[in-house]
Ligand binder design. Structure first.
Ligand code: GLY
Length: 304
């Protein structure tokens, strides 16, 4: 019987020293929530949903409440969840009135023959399936209004300054359950001052999130456009084999991202054997994992 495990990240960027405790405690809380699900025998899908919902609820991170504002000064959220056993996935993009986009994505996975809904259609689908809609202002923090005002002079999409400055980033989780199935979920507010309607890698299947029992589960964080061009999460999971472990693939993936497109970011990986990998080329990436045997967290990837 496989030994369940959950691994989460809270974004790869230049987390300042003063923000480190909030980031580390946030990912630890998320891993604990995912672990509680796994411990009671819930599926890896349940575990990644619970973990990512905790990160969305925590305004430390660029997901859910407290996410970056777009050029219109509104929060616009994207999320994807994927089941490695069935390859079923559910995603939402550009939603503005949902507190936990990962839960809306889960409903898409469970209840729809489709994989991806955007904007009002996504919100309508969510509310038809019991997810309440909120006002966009409930997702907006004053901290982000200030950040947005100071970024308003910059050209959106020109320089990924948010990955090196005073900022925050995308969240995600990968998990293995007692049945031996893996799953992944990723959720984001995207990039600072993004163009309304812009969707990044996080919620696009194979770009910022992927799970296949035959290879691995992945969630990525960082500058989305390069990751989209490389279909980055799928590229990485396809490299995992019996002989090539996630711990080798994660740094190789980040090297590839940098070499091909000068991309910046991070990745977490997990396979059905419970082998994990994490890597980033930003100064820091918040991460935490838990299993029956132990738990660990940090702000830079351990030497693998
Ligand atoms: N990885 C987050 C984004 O680019 O939207």
């Amino acid at each position: 019987m496989p030994s369940p495990i959950i691994l989460v990240h809270g974004g790869a960027w230049a987390i300042p020293d003063a923000a480190c405790p909030a980031h580390q405690q946030g990912v630890e809380r998320a891993a604990a929530a995912g672990w509680r699900a796994l411990e009671r025998g819930a599926s890896s899908l349940d575990a990644v949903e619970e973990a990512v919902a905790v990160l969305e609820d925590d305004d430390t991170f660029d997901a859910g409440r407290g996410a970056f504002l777009n050029r219109d000064g509104r929060v616009q959220l994207d999320a994807l969840i994927m089941d490695g056993a069935s390859l079923k996935a559910g995603g939402v993009g550009c939603v503005e009135r949902i507190l936990n986009p990962v839960r809306a994505a889960r409903v898409v996975l469970e209840k729809s023959p489709h994989i991806y809904f955007v904007a009002e259609g996504a919100e309508r689908f969510a509310t038809e399936h019991g997810i309440p809609l909120i006002d966009n202002s409930e997702l907006v923090l004053q901290r982000e209004v200030e950040r947005w005002k100071s970024a308003a002079e910059q050209r959106y999409l020109s320089v990924p300054a948010e990955f090196s400055g005073d900022s925050h980033d995308t969240v995600g989780a990968v998990a293995l359950d007692v049945q031996g199935n893996i799953a992944a979920a990723t959720s984001t507010g995207g990039t600072l001052n993004k163009a309304p309607g812009r969707v990044g890698d996080s919620s696009l299947i194979g770009c910022g999130c992927y799970a296949d029992n035959e290879t691995a589960a992945a969630s990525t964080t960082g500058w989305g456009e390069p990751m989209m061009k490389l279909v980055f999460a799928k590229w990485a999971t396809d490299k995992v084999t019996a002989d090539v472990a996630p711990a080798q693939v994660a740094p190789a993936s980040i090297h590839y991202l940098k070499r091909r497109l000068n991309g910046q970011g991070g990745i977490i990986l997990l396979d059905r054997e419970g082998r994990i990998g994490l890597a980033h080329n930003t100064p820091r990436m918040a991460w935490a994992w838990r299993s029956q045997q132990s738990s660990e967290s940090g702000l830079t990837a351990p030497q693998q």
